[in-house]
Design a binder for this molecule. Structure first.
Ligand code: GDP
Ligand code: MG
Length: 350
C-alpha cells in the first residue's frame, strides 16, 4: 500500500520545534559539605559540555562560568527563576546569569538543619547553552550542607519537599482550564548524590537518602573526590556500593525496570557496571602539553578531570548532558511526575 512515505521528515519538524522553544534541564547536587558539589557544578559548566561539536575557534564562546556566590547575597525569588535572566525576559536570550538565589521553600523547619545559611537550597540561575541553534536552559540546584548535623534525622525533608514542590507547580499549570502551550519545567530531572570517598561501605545516611530519593527522582550516585583513592580502591569501593544498593533494593538511575528494549538494556547494563562514577572536580585550568585543561594541580602532577584515564567525570557529564538527557526527562515525566500526579489527584478525590 505504502511505498516510501517520508515520515522521517518529522524528525526535522521535531528539531525545528525544539530549536524554537528550547528545552529545560534541571539537575540537583546533594551531599555533605566539602565533598566537592559546588566545584562539580563549576566543572560541569566549564567542561566541554557545549564545546565539543561546535566549530573550532568558537569554542570558548558559550560556557560562561557560573560562579557560586554566597547565597546570603542572593535575591530571593519565589519562582526560582532569575528576574534578570535574559531567557526569561525575551524568551530567547543567550548567556549566563551568575546570581544565586536562595529559594523560599518553607518558612522553614528545614532551615534549622543548615544554621549557617538562610535557606536550605541555593538555586543557580539557569544558564542558556546554545548549540547548532538548539537552546538548552540548564539549571543546577545546589544543596549546601546536607547531612552535616550530629542528628541527621529527616535531613532529607527539605530536599524531598523541594522536589515535590516542582511537581506540584507543574501539576497546577497542567490542570488549568486555559493552560500554557508550554508549561515551565522546574522539575528535577537528575539528582547527583555525592558519596564520601571512604573506601568502605555506604553509610546508613547514604542508604536512607538514596532509598527515599530514588522513589521520587532519578538518583545518580557518584564517588566524590576520587583522586583520594587509588585505582584499586576505587574499583573495590564501587563494587561494594553496587552490592549495597542491590541488597537494599535501591534503584538508582538508569533503573533496570525502565529499560525500553534489549538494545537499551545492553547500553544501560554497561553504564550500571560503572555506577557510581568516580569523579574529580576542578574549576582551574592548567597548561598540559601546550593545551589548557581543567584539572587539579598536585605535587605529583595534574589530575585532568576531562581525561577518562584520570577519572570518570567525562562519563557523568556524557550521561547527564549527552547520551541520557532525554531519557532523564522522559522518566521524570512518565514515571516520577506521573506517580506524584496520581497520588495527588487521588487525594483530592477523597
Ligand atoms: P561542597 O561543600 O560540597 O560544595 O564542596 P566544594 O566544592 O566547596 O569543595 C570543598 C573543597 O574540596 C574545596 O577545597 C575544593 O577545592 C576541594 N575539592 C573539590 N572537588 C575535589 C576533588 O574532586 N578532589 C579533591 N581532592 N578535592 C576537591
Ligand atoms: Mg558548596
Amino acid at each position: 500500500l505504502f511505498g516510501y512515505v517520508g515520515i522521517e521528515a518529522v524528525l526535522d519538524q521535531m528539531k525545528i520545534k525544539t530549536m524554537k522553544t528550547g528545552f529545560e534541564f534541571n539537575i540537583m547536587v546533594v551531599g555533605q559539605s566539602g565533598l566537592g558539589k559546588s566545584t562539580m557544578v563549576n566543572t560541569l559548566f566549564k567542561s566541554k559540555v557545549s564545546r565539543k561539536s561546535s566549530q573550532p575557534g568558537q569554542e570558548e564562546r558559550i560556557p560562561k562560568t557560573v560562579q557560586l556566590q554566597s547565597i546570603t547575597h542572593g535575591k530571593v525569588t519565589t519562582t526560582g527563576l532569575c528576574p534578570t535572566s535574559p531567557w526569561d525576559k525575551q524568551g530567547t536570550g543567550l548567556g549566563a546569569c551568575s546570581c544565586v538565589h536562595s529559594l523560599k521553600t518553607s518558612p522553614t523547619p528545614g532551615a534549622l538543619l543548615f544554621p549557617n545559611v538562610s535557606s536550605p537550597l541555593t538555586h543557580l540561575c539557569p544558564t542558556v547553552i546554545e548549540e547548532k541553534g538548539v537552546k538548552m536552559k540548564l539549571t543546577v540546584t545546589d544543596t549546601p550542607g546536607f547531612g552535616d548535623q550530629i542528628n541527621n534525622e529527616n535531613c532529607w525533608d527539605p530536599i524531598i519537599k523541594y522536589i515535590n514542590e516542582q511537581y506540584e507547580r507543574y501539576l497546577r499549570e497542567e490542570i488549568l482550564i486555559t493552560r500554557k502551550r508550554k508549561i515551565p519545567d522546574t522539575r528535577v530531572h537528575g539528582c547527583v548524590y555525592f558519596v564520601p570517598p571512604t573506601g568502605h561501605w555506604l553509610r546508613p545516611l547514604d542508604l536512607e537518602f538514596m532509598r527515599r530519593l530514588s522513589r521520587i527522582v532519578n538518583v545518580v550516585p557518584v564517588i566524590a573526590k576520587a583522586d583520594t583513592l587509588t585505582l584499586e580502591e576505587r574499583a573495590e569501593f564501587k563494587q561494594r556500593i553496587q552490592e549495597d544498593l542491590k541488597t537494599h533494593t535501591i534503584s538508582v538511575y538508569p533503573q533496570e525496570d525502565f529499560d525500553q528494549d534489549p538494545e537499551d538494556r545492553a547500553l544501560n547494563d554497561r553504564i550500571r557496571e560503572k555506577i557510581p562514577f568516580a569523579v574529580v572536580g576542578a574549576d582551574q585550568e592548567h597548561q598540559v602539553n601546550g593545551k589548557r585543561v581543567l584539572g587539579r594541580k598536585t605535587k605529583w602532577g595534574i589530575i585532568e578531570v576531562e581525561n577518562p584515564a584520570h577519572c570518570e567525570f567525562p562519563l557523568l557529564r556524557d550521561l547527564l548532558i549527552r547520551s541520557h538527557l532525554q531519557d532523564l526527562k522522559d522518566i521524570t515525566h512518565n514515571v516520577h511526575y506521573e506517580s506524584y500526579r496520581v497520588r495527588r489527584l487521588n487525594e483530592s478525590n477523597r
